[in-house]
Design a protein around this ligand. Sequence first.
Ligand SMILES: [Zn+2]
Length: 309
Amino acid sequence: MTSQPSDAGSAAAIPRLDFGRVSVFLGEKNGKYPDGNQVIVRGSDTRAVLDTPLVANRIGPEFDSADIVVLGHVHEDHLAGLHRLPKAKVYAPDADLEAARSWEALGAAYGTREEHLPQMLEKFQRDFFYAPRPDAIGYADGAVWDLGQVRVEAVHMPGHTAGHSVLLVEPEGVAFLGDIDLGGFGPYYGDTTSNLADFRRTIARVPDIPARVWVTFHHRAVYTDRGRLLTDLAAYAAKIDEREKRLVELLAAGPKTLADLVACRLLYPADYQELWVEDVEARTISQHLAELTANGRVQVDETGLYRLG
Ligand SMILES: [Zn+2]
């Protein structure tokens, strides 16, 4: 991976990689949350930006002159540059469309409790310049944007959210993987619209994407080595199995309710306190328990007590 400083004024400090008509601007710490990495596609007719992380606010005219925004999915850290593009057409995957259009739908997608919504909205407005886009337009699997001498194609790869899509840029062969981020935390499937089984299938399909360059929104940023991508993808998938193994170990120590298991924490450290942590833990653990009960490894009684089967 190579990077060169951009030549544009305020963007001078932003590392940038170019692949033909595609540019990747790296956010703080390679796009570690709350930041992300910005992909810009310069067609001969149309300029597209793929998602809009915080770093978009420091890029300048190369971002601010975008004609369209294609969101691979709808989460606050991917919307942080939208406020700079009030006239751009904003596209979101059909299953995430309402979340792009209104705060009510975004809050529901996160599964945020009613009493936490005002505080969460305030945080998003303060930290991510959040504003809904009631003008957002939906797109389906296989949607294509012809930008002039370069095209973007949507590949629906759900799990992280229901609409989550990989955006493939041709002929450059750049696949924007979004939040199939290959980071050390592992796959996130803790929203109400997330789905563990879908995420497993999505990970299995990543090697089939006909790309030569892979870009993640967070952390890993850019892969040009397929072998390294596959190694990191395997480690990423293994995090799901590690979580399952930990749950089985917790149940081996004695029967537990969902609340007991949430208190043990599967994803986050015990001392990590955010408004949403327990709900995300509960949704994540519930999906693993559903798999384990379906395949007979775990049984649940009428009081909601889970034990090894
Ligand atoms: Zn996300």
